[in-house]
Design a protein around this ligand. Structure first.
Ligand SMILES: C[S@@+](CC[C@H](N)C(=O)[O-])C[C@H]1O[C@@H](n2cnc3c(N)ncnc32)[C@H](O)[C@@H]1O
Length: 219
């Protein structure tokens, strides 16, 4: 049976390697760095937090680093801000592994709580619901509008069906007019499909001398 193996990334944070996909869950250059720079920090999240409510769709939730990093930045900007998170993830085993990692993200304890049995967490300012199922199907059932979409599947080569025009259209349908989608990939096919799905795209942060990520906003 294929499994997962722990990997230490170059910023000192842990991720896992998936034997099934022959890929790591995060960039080996730095898992936490990726979460803060390419996802949580890719939009003007402090400004959005100033409005008092942020809604995030975290597609391919995994260990939840992207959501946790977003919570840190949101509450640094506005400690009173309410946050609603919907995560899509098809593998409950990876959620259980949140207990095995200790990323340098202040809010990570909340992700561990959400990853427990009922895959949800609620308190006065935070609601997290992680939907266990195939993102292709689960996304079609969602309604409402999100301010931020974190698009973080395995690579376009390994999981092409999660990078199609059709899938991006579903994400577009769920975004407010000022919403921001971020993803680590800058592959040509990814950007073309985003444009066909109704997004304008621009380069996201470059970490070191590597290729940029992608930020997409509704046309
Ligand atoms: C690159 S990892 C994402 C890492 C994650 N964002 C984090 O912070 O740990 C991709 C994730 O997508 C999940 N996944 C793969 N195929 C999926 C599908 N069809 N539907 C939902 N989740 C899927 C995997 O189990 C894995 O957790």
């Amino acid at each position: 049976m294929p499994g997962v193996k722990e990997v230490l990334t170059r910023d000192g944070s842990k991720t896992f390697y998936s034997e099934e996909h022959d890929e790591t869950y995060h960039s080996v250059s730095g898992a936490v760095e990726e979460a803060f720079l390419k996802y949580a920090g890719a939009s003007d999240i402090g400004n959005i937090a100033g409005k008092g409510l942020v809604r995030i769709l975290d597609v391919c939730f995994g260990l939840g680093y992207n959501t946790a990093a977003a919570l840190d930045l949101i509450w640094a900007a506005n400690p009173e801000c309410k946050v609603e998170i919907v995560g899509l993830e098809n593998d409950p085993e990876i959620l259980a592994r949140t207990a095995e990692v200790e990323p340098a993200i202040k809010s990570y304890g909340l992700i561990r709580e959400a990853a427990k049995d009922d895959h949800a967490y609620h308190d006065a300012r935070l609601a997290i619901k992680i939907i266990i199922g195939d993102a292709h199907e689960e996304i079609k059932k969602l309604t409402g509008k999100f301010d931020l979409v974190f698009h973080d599947p395995f690579s376009p080569k390994k999981a092409p069906s999660l990078w199609t025009e059709e899938f991006f259209r579903e994400e577009r349908r769920l975004m407010s007019s000022k919403g921001v989608l971020s993803t680590y990939s800058c592959a040509r096919i990814v950007r073309e499909n985003l444009k066909k799905a109704g997004f304008s795209i621009r380069d996201g942060p470059r970490v070191g001398r590597r290729a940029p990520s992608t930020i997409a906003v509704p046309d």
